[in-house]
Write a protein of this length. Structure first.
Length: 275
């Protein structure tokens, strides 16, 4: 006798089919969301990694040259020697900067310690408190030349992952971080910071006032091996309203320098002399 054939499976009605497909889609969607959540980087960790590329973590010195341009013509230049180290508590940088050029400013000193920023003029023998937001020269504010930890002063969130054109006019894949001021001594109300998705190097930044007004745009470029890492040795700062007003910040002469903690006190400023 011929083998009996198996009964055919009952057909799945359209409603049940849609339910099964919907459930499968939900499972796949949850799995994809879980993978995305696991893959999403910690924005505060990205910011800290970018900080470590901008500035060494050990005490160091560097020469800072600021050159101002108006419509492509150089109008002024300022040179400072910067000494920086971190405090034992909180990992905050303290900075001491001595003016070298122009000669009329030689010997003047600026000190950043905690939320205090001081300016000392040996001519008047007076140390006065100044604001990080106050303009130093061109498009550079006082807060732009002292060494800072963005990860300490700002809280970061990831706004996007996108391709941008960097300061070398190369297309780079970058994380766009939105930074909100987290301390009273933060120089800016907020910052948009683009960092390289692979190396975490800073590429571009937009700096905003507390009102939301764009103050300036900066491009970090000319990365070179300095004190154990590839660091930007130039920053181009462009005015937020007048793009032909530009300040070029150049960093040179990097060296490890364990300056004594006593240097970074207001009372020491009258006694500070060049090396």
């Amino acid at each position: 006798m011929p083998e009996a054939s198996r009964p055919a499976a009952p057909p799945i009605d359209a409603g049940r089919r849609r339910g099964l497909l919907g459930a499968a889609a939900t499972v796949l969607g949850l799995a994809a969301a879980g993978r995305a959540a696991r893959a999403a980087p910690d924005p505060q960790a990205l910011l800290a990694a970018s900080d470590a590329i901008r500035n060494p973590t050990r005490p160091f010195r560097v020469t800072v040259t600021l050159t101002d341009f108006e419509k492509g013509v150089q109008v002024s230049s300022t040179t400072l020697i910067s000494y920086a180290r971190t405090l034992q508590a909180g990992g905050q940088f303290v900075s001491l900067l001595r003016f070298e050029q122009p000669l009329r400013d030689a010997g003047k000193v600026m000190l950043k310690n905690g939320s205090d920023l001081w300016f000392y003029d040996p001519g008047t023998k007076a140390a006065v408190r100044i604001s990080p937001q106050q303009r130093l020269t061109g498009q550079a504010a006082n807060g732009d030349v002292v060494t800072v930890n963005f990860a300490r002063d700002y809280r970061a969130s990831i706004a996007a992952e996108e391709d941008i054109v960097d300061g070398e006019r190369k297309t780079r894949r970058a994380y766009k971080l939105q930074l909100k001021a987290a301390s009273d001594d933060a120089t800016y109300g907020s910052i948009e910071l683009w960092i390289d998705a692979a190396s975490h190097a800073p590429l571009k930044a937009r700096f905003y006032a507390e009102t939301g007004r764009l103050l300036k745009t900066a491009y970090y470029r000319k990365f070179q091996p300095q004190l154990g890492a590839d660091r930007p040795t130039e920053t181009v700062i462009i005015d937020g309203i007048e793009p032909q007003s530009v300040t070029l910040v150049q960093l040179s002469g990097y060296a490890w320098r364990d300056a004594p903690a006593s240097w970074f006190q207001r009372d020491y400023l009258p006694r500070f002399t060049a090396e």
